[in-house]
Design a protein around this ligand. Structure first.
Ligand SMILES: Nc1ncnc2c1ncn2[C@@H]1O[C@H](COP(=O)(O)OP(=O)(O)O)[C@@H](O)[C@H]1O
Ligand SMILES: [Mg+2]
Length: 272
């Protein structure tokens, strides 16, 4: 696979067709259908929100997209390629183009590594830099998320939750991915810190036309960071469209309920 062509030729960074995800024989040996017949696409430069109540299948869908669980049926294409059908090695090489930020910034960072090495690692793995350049690029990426040079030799536990999430974001964007998948990246953070992290993600989109998939249970967050939104319930899409339209005229009861919660939570500020 030619990486240059992957990067330049596709306006569509993600395409999911009729995805179905089933966990087999887990709960009392019953199958759990977590995702059913979900289709979506994201163009370069666009941000798509996936919103829905806890347990509706958001994280399972993300795991399917990131190739962390298999699809029972349907397909996932990233930049026009289908990772599920690639060799392990080709898939590994392709991973620099689609990266992920998890909810728990602590758990996704190896506690024994200095943050400079955590951010340098993806560059090293994908042979994008070495020697002095490796450290320089990692440091400048950390700088771009507000972690200054004097802090980069510290370990993750020496940072606050918000700083750790910014380090996780640096690690995810350092390979300049075309698709960034975020699964509730601000849900574990204090409200004041949430705003910093959302601003940072907005900045990243301003700097490069990256495709973003943003999972949240909070319509207020969708309003701040997404162009389009998909509402899920019990594994299925129940409503979708441009954020403006959905906020103005939510059609499905699930969407209406999510909006009501967000309006109460944000007291009108983020949604008003
Ligand atoms: N590893 C798993 N094994 C079995 N069931 C799971 C697993 N992960 C999630 N589920 C089930 O799949 C459904 C969707 O969960 P999840 O994708 O985590 O939803 P969300 O992220 O929207 O909260 C839930 O019913 C959940 O209990
Ligand atoms: Mg989840």
């Amino acid at each position: 696979m030619n990486t240059a062509s992957v990067q330049n030729d596709n306006t569509k960074v993600l395409e999911v067709r009729n995805a179905r995800i089933v966990y087999t024989g887990t709960h009392r040996n019953k199958d759990v259908v977590a995702v059913e017949d979900v289709s979506l696409e994201i163009d370069r430069g666009r941000s798509l929100g996936i919103v829905g109540a806890s347990g509706c299948g958001k994280s399972s869908l993300v795991r399917g997209i990131m190739q962390l669980v298999p699809l029972a049926s349907g397909s996932v294409h990233v930049l026009g390629q289908e990772p599920a059908r690639m060799s392990r090695e080709a898939r590994r090489r392709m991973r620099r183009h689609f990266q992920m930020v998890f909810q728990d910034p602590g758990g996704s960072l190896d506690a024994r590594m200095r943050v400079i090495d955590l951010v340098a690692e993806p560059l090293k793995v994908h042979k994008m830099a070495r020697g002095d350049e490796l450290r320089d690029r990692a440091a400048s990426c950390l700088e771009s998320v507000g972690i200054t040079e004097d802090m980069v030799d510290r370990y993750p536990h020496q940072f606050s939750g918000g700083q750790r999430q910014r380090i996780a974001i640096a690690r995810a964007i350092v390979t300049e991915p075309d698709l960034l998948v975020c699964d509730e990246p601000t849900s574990a953070l204090d409200v004041s810190i949430q705003a910093h992290v959302l601003n940072l993600l907005r900045d990243i989109r301003r700097r490069r036309p990256i495709g973003m998939l943003f999972v949240t249970h909070d319509m207020g967050v969708v309003r701040q960071i997404c162009d389009d939104v998909i509402v899920m319930d019990a594994g299925r899409i129940v409503e979708q469209g441009p954020v403006e339209d959905i906020l103005r005229a939510p059609a499905h009861p699930v969407t209406q309920a999510l909006l009501k919660v967000a309006l109460e939570h944000h007291a009108g500020s983020a949604l008003g």
